[in-house]
Design a protein around this ligand. Structure first.
Ligand code: 4GW
Ligand code: MN
Length: 367
């Protein structure tokens, strides 16, 4: 009897010790997990001294504008009523009259913005580089830091241009492709690859444009945004049915006839390097999927770009002031022609086989 009582109390003691041990173990491991595992969460404050705790918010820079003189914006009198200046997803559409460049310059100067502009000069298109850069020096991002990234298979054909401080020319030697469609489409892959390796370390924004162009009026920081596209000069008044989106369901660039906001030009897009990386990566991957299925979208890189922008809405859109072709005349809505196509001598510039399939023939759609 005595023995049995003794056994019972010893068993209880053991039980008590075991439970206490388990409790302490759980408590210690909970504390440890809270500090180590979730140190970014706010409840860690219980364990940390708030005096020594640091936060990213402690290092925020304080930006403020200087006193400036300008006309007050008028709520009841919008600067333009003849064109759409805002998309339904609140992306501004940049037209002359919609912005104040002095305010924007002051903001972007404070952030010390660095802009990269990419062009491709493959084969005979090297002839366009000099005019492109010379006119850009007059009109493109004047007063800001600019890197010209010229992708070319013929670096020796590019004459060196001396540029002022803060602006530089970078030649990037790349392979050329036989088919002109491939030359145009592979731009996506190359911009993607150089964004990863180089652009992300050198610039904040990228502007990706055609090289057969010249600047004839200001193009400044008003174009910059997370990710932007440009209204194609041939289709800014067109209906959905007239847009030359890819209409074959077999292609990844397919857009159904009852979808689509705008027809964006393949020759002018950009944004933060991260966003341009995402865009070009998407377009290149979709092109490769199509290539494996032996299909190529009707307007090449432009078709994939339009597909991207349908489901990844741009945060800003440039009006055709930023990409014009004088073949379309000068409509009243066009207050400025900032970046204009250089007429090409197609026989001299393009390879013979391509002449029968000139891309511009479709542009008669316009007006
Ligand atoms: C037909 O023979 C060709 S060659 C069509 C485009 C060609 C081409 C284009 C080329 O031989 N080399 C080259 O560097 N490109 C690049 O692709 C260049 O940057 C050019 O601006 C861009 C798009 O071609 P594009 O300006 O001739 O296209 P559109 O007529 O639509 O502006
Ligand atoms: Mn072009």
């Amino acid at each position: 009897m005595q023995q049995e009582k003794y056994d019972k109390s010893s068993w209880r003691k053991k039980c008590f010790y075991f439970l206490t041990y388990m409790f302490v173990l759980i408590l210690v491991s909970y504390c440890w997990f809270s500090v180590k595992g979730r140190s970014i969460h706010s409840h860690v404050a219980i364990f940390c001294n708030p005096q020594t705790n640091t936060s990213r918010l402690d290092h925020l820079k304080e930006y403020s504008l200087e006193r400036m003189m300008y006309e007050k914006p008028n709520t009841m009198n919008p600067p333009r009523t003849d064109v759409l200046m805002m998309t339904p997803w609140f992306a501004p559409i940049v037209w002359e009259g919609s912005y104040n460049i002095d305010i924007l310059n002051a903001q972007f100067h404070q952030r010390n913005v660095r802009v990269g502009i990419t062009v491709f000069a493959i084969k005979k298109y090297t002839v366009f580089v000099q005019t492109f850069i010379e006119t850009a020096e007059k009109f493109f991002m004047v007063g800001h830091k600019v890197n010209y990234y010229v992708f070319t298979d013929r670096p020796n054909d590019i004459t060196n241009i001396t540029l002022p401080e803060g602006r530089q020319l970078v030649l990037l030697e790349v392979p050329s492709y036989q088919r002109w469609q491939e030359v145009s489409m592979r731009r996506m892959e190359m911009i993607r690859d150089y964004s990863r390796q180089r652009f992300i370390n050198e610039v904040d924004y990228l502007v990706c444009v055609d090289v057969d162009m010249k600047f004839s009026d200001d193009v400044g920081v008003e174009i910059l945004s997370d990710v932007f596209g440009t209204l194609h000069p041939g289709f800014y008044r067109a209906t959905r049915q007239q847009f030359t989106y890819e209409r074959r369901k077999e292609s990844t660039a397919y857009i159904p006839p009852d979808e689509g906001d705008f027809y964006y030009a393949g020759g002018y897009f950009g944004g933060k390097v991260e966003e341009v990386y995402k865009l070009t990566n998407f377009c290149h991957n979709e092109m490769m999927t199509d290539k494996n299925n032996h299909i190529e979208a009707v307007w090449h890189d432009e078709s994939y770009l339009n597909k991207y922008f349908l489901y990844h809405k741009p945060t800003k859109i440039l009006s055709p002031e930023y990409l014009w072709d004088n073949g379309f005349g000068v409509p009243a809505v066009l207050k400025r022609r900032r970046f204009v196509a250089v007429p090409k001598n197609h026989n001299a510039i393009r390879n013979r086989r391509a002449l029968s399939e000139d891309r511009r023939t479709t542009l008669k759609f316009h007006s």
